[in-house]
Design a protein. Structure first.
Length: 185
């Protein structure tokens, strides 16, 4: 049996039900062009995506730490490469990003705490009380909830992208090649 086609939808195949979203985030990234095969899902995804990407209590740098660690843990090259570029733009340096692929012992303390929380959620599906307390002390209750929601959202994206891997957008691929080719996967 051949694999069903989940290639990112081109402009000429964009669903009529999503016409209002084509010019925004949904039409810009291949991950959402894949999700456009299911218009109701993409539309439902929008609110959570907006919160996680734009309004997270983690702030942009901590959110990128969480997303990069999750992308590494699930082996999602598309998300890793996307977020290397986003992480650099948010203010992470190359060494800090590279460390997120390694052991917690090789990371700055704050990154190790966040990455350790990601690891716990992936491995045990929960944060133990001490770890939750440490996360709340760092980012507050809302930040802890946003961390868990970010892991859940990007885990779902990882499932989709590892099942039907798209090409990296040309602009992202160029930026990655120019700024951090050693971090690309």
């Amino acid at each position: 049996m051949s694999m069903p086609d989940f290639a990112p939808l081109p402009d000429d195949a964009w669903p009529h039900a999503l016409q209002d979203m084509q010019g925004g985030f949904a039409g810009q990234l291949n991950v959402y062009r894949i999700m456009a095969h299911h218009p109701a899902l993409l539309r439902a995804w929008t609110g959570l995506r907006t919160h996680i990407v734009q309004n997270t209590a983690l702030g942009p740098i901590r959110a990128e730490v969480v997303i990069l660690r999750l992308a590494h843990r699930v082996g999602c090259a598309y998300e890793w490469n996307q977020h290397v570029v986003r992480g650099l733009a948010a203010g992470l340096d190359k060494a800090r990003i590279a460390a997120l692929r390694g052991s917690l012992a090789g990371m700055p303390a704050e990154d190790a705490l966040l990455a350790g929380a990601v690891d716990a959620l992936v491995d045990t599906k929960r944060l133990d009380p001490a770890q939750l307390g440490d996360v709340v002390a760092l980012v507050g209750k809302q930040g802890a909830l946003d961390l868990m929601a970010t892991v859940g959202m990007y885990l779902t994206l990882g499932f989709m992208l590892n099942t039907a891997p798209p090409d990296l957008e040309p602009a992202i691929a160029r930026t990655l090649a120019q700024q951090a080719p050693e971090l690309a996967v």
